[in-house]
Design a protein around this ligand. Sequence first.
Ligand SMILES: Nc1ncnc2c1ncn2[C@@H]1O[C@H](COP(=O)(O)OP(=O)(O)OP(=O)(O)O)[C@@H](O)[C@H]1O
Length: 672
Amino acid sequence: MATTYGNSPGDSRRGVSSPRPKGREAKNTFCRNVTIYGHCRYENTCLYVHDPAKLNNPQMQNENIKKRFNVDSPSFTPLQPATNGALTPAPRSAAISPKAANAAVFTPKSQRSNTNTPSLHTKEPSVEWAPQDFPEFVPQSFDGQMVDTSTAAPVLSYDPFNTSGAIQTLPGSSHQAATLNPYVQDPTAALTGATFYQNANTFQTSPSYHLYWPIGPQPSNLLAYQRTAHDFFIPESLREDLQRKSEVTRQILPNSSLPPLEQYHSLVCLDTTQQKNMSLFGYQSWVYKAVSSKDGHTYALRRLEGFRLTNENAIRTVQHWKRVYNGSVVTIHDAFTTRAFGDSSLIIVTDYHPCSKSLAEEHFKSTPITRFHGSRQAASSHIPEQVLWGYIVQIASALKTIHSTGLAARLITPSKILITSKNRIRLNACAILDVVHYDAARSVTELQTDDLTQLGRLILCIANNNPNAHLSMQKSLDHIARSYTARLKDCMHWLLAPSPNTPGSPTSPTTPAPISKDIDAFLGGITDQLATVLDNTLHAEDTLLSTLARELESSRLVRLLVKLNFINERPELDASVPNAASGANAWSETGERYYLKLFRDYVFHQVDAQGHPVVDLAHVLACLNKLDAGSEERISLVSRDEQNVFVVSYRELKRGVEGTFQDLIKAGRAGR
Ligand SMILES: Nc1ncnc2c1ncn2[C@@H]1O[C@H](COP(=O)(O)OP(=O)(O)OP(=O)(O)O)[C@@H](O)[C@H]1O
């Protein structure tokens, strides 16, 4: 009976009896009759330190003695992580004996090399389908020759910072390395679904990918203990927002009496108010959410009840609006008339923005519904000037696009501007008046100038927290003069002044030589605010990008988990493993699949010294990231009966995952 631990020859001890901990905590497990398999740097065989059966066999003992190390043996030195398995030998310590100096650096051979974990591979039968060829590993040289990198077969010299995906070659190598873009997909595997998995067709290591290295702005200077698992994932408020939006988009009414319209079905009414304001369009309007059977997307349909189309050209004006593509305009897709409601109705199809509300609901309702994280609770509160400038700049940007297309917004009013996320607004009633008032004889220039006046009125009302503030203009302007900066007051004056008397610039009205009141003049006058809003937007984009980068890590791990679960324990494939002692669990008990199964135990089924389950997300994340990176770090995997310990590196595990996954894909193709 012996207890053995570690994978270094110097570590192997005999006759040391140690207490036996419960459970399978791999790192510090001491097992009885343990057989440890591990790689030695100088000998590309697995260390076969102790096996009671073989110890009783004199021939085997002799063999073991030959392999046993003595005082002259070089001390075990694992490959330096920094080399990442590259062919450059790690710096040798002075302790290395001259005998070992010429030994080849250990580099694992191909995935199915006989030199790996001997007992596993003696058990491992060949599976029915052809094993995949791994291109990149270097032939071994065990006869004391150093590997010559200039003549060696190609190895993956992956530069993680090279985003071009260009093929890299070793200097002096006549071979070309495989394409090294980690995101490259295997086009030939499209039918099998293998393209969903990164690195599906090649084995490669990705240095340092197991480290979280956040990009973008750092939220705070939290100490390690102040950080939580949430730091690894999307912020809770953003997650809630997005999930609520997705849920609202999916919602349907089971017993709805609303009829389908053309390709739009599953209509849900979004209007919650019964009091309909007919003054804006001249018709009662309803807004529905609906799903298009053509593309499966959700749209918003605005219905003008009782509208009769008298001129075909009126509805054709919508074609011009389809070309208006601006972040501050709700995009228009289509317009048609219908009798499905039992009357003659005009339907305008636009983008659907879930969980949005109008500026009127946000600012003028006494108890506004808080749909966005951080939105204002009390309608009567003072609106910060920066929010007002944000609105002004967004609408000015929308008007710039609209006016450049030769159109006019015509309706810039609080109930017809949607707020779709915090301080993010969009004009929502474009195109309607062009259809409804097609014959009205107002020039486009006149309508465009009126857009600016309407913008002034809108900001005036919001700044005064009063939807009718424009009816007592002077009083409202006085309030702005008292509560906000002179620049905002001047801007209001410029927007609200009748066209002939428009001062020279929106923010310096005393400038002589008034210029025409148009959107370009307006934008020219508020450039400082444009810069501020742009800067805020860039900061928001940076934050979102770093959130996205964190989520990228999660999606990477999900794919890896999916692969692992495809591989682990497949009873239906047991029969495909011939020569297995018994058919039961043959698939998961042989070859790489066996230590992948143990790896799953190591990652997810850890227990503490008392045998209690350890539920540690950080451990799981660290293990999976190291596996994904193919790190050189080694771990000890303990068999379920605690009789065997395998010392394997993440790199070998990764190789096993990739190889087995390729085998599965080939088997899937063969069955087609
Ligand atoms: N494109 C859209 N996407 C998502 N929701 C929308 C969209 N358009 C409108 N809505 C929702 O429908 C509600 C009603 O919109 P509507 O334009 O009819 O406003 P209203 O307050 O009812 O105005 P009015 O009194 O003029 O009818 C909005 O508050 C908004 O929540």
